[in-house]
Design a protein. Structure first.
Length: 153
C-alpha cells in the first residue's frame, strides 16, 4: 500500500516522524490566513506525497513546494501572537526537515525557520546528533522521564 509520506521519512525514527506530523495541522487559534501558513504549507509539501492530487492541493493552498525567506521573515516578525505549544511543534518540525531532508535547498530554508524560532524563543539550538538522541526510538522511557523532570544545566 502506498504511503502519503514521502520516501525520505522511511529512514527516520517514529519519533522524528511524529515531530513532523504534529505540525502539519497549523495553528488552531489564529485566523486562516496568517504568517505561519506559508511555513506549514511548505512543511506539508516536504512531508506529504499527495500523488495525483498534488497540483490540486497546491492550487487550493493546502501545500506549496517552496519556502521563501520573505515568508520566514514575515512569520518571525509576527511570531509572538502564536501559542507557545504551536511554536514548539513548528520549531521541532522545521528542525527535522533542516537536518534530514535530502534536498539541501529545502533543508536550508527550514534551517532558517528553525534558527529564527530558536532565537525568538530564547532556547539553544540542538545539533543533529542531539536531536537524533532526543528523538531516538531506542531511548528508555525512564531516561525520557528523568530528562523531563530534571532542571536544565
Amino acid at each position: 500500500m502506498p504511503s502519503v509520506l514521502r520516501p525520505w521519512l522511511c529512514d527516520l525514527s517514529n519519533r522524528h516522524q511524529v515531530a513532523l506530523l504534529t505540525a502539519l495541522r497549523g495553528c488552531d487559534y489564529i485566523q486562516r490566513d496568517n504568517s505561519a501558513r506559508p511555513i506549514v504549507r511548505a512543511l506539508r509539501y516536504a512531508v506529504m506525497d499527495m500523488g495525483d492530487e498534488t497540483q490540486l492541493a497546491i492550487d487550493n493552498n493546502f501545500l506549496f513546494p517552496t519556502l521563501a525567506w520573505a515568508d520566514i521573515a514575515a512569520f518571525l516578525r509576527d511570531w509572538d501572537r502564536y501559542p507557545v505549544h504551536f511554536l514548539h511543534h513548528l520549531m521541532h518540525a522545521c528542525e527535522v526537515v533542516a537536518y534530514k531532508h535530502p534536498d539541501r535547498d529545502v533543508a536550508n530554508a527550514f534551517g532558517s525557520a528553525y534558527h529564527g524560532l530558536v532565537a525568538n524563543l530564547h532556547v539553544t539550538a540542538e545539533t543533529e546528533a542531539e536531536m537524533d538522541a532526543r528523538l531516538s526510538d531506542q531511548r528508555p522511557i525512564e531516561t525520557r522521564l528523568a530528562d523531563a523532570q530534571s532542571p536544565p544545566a
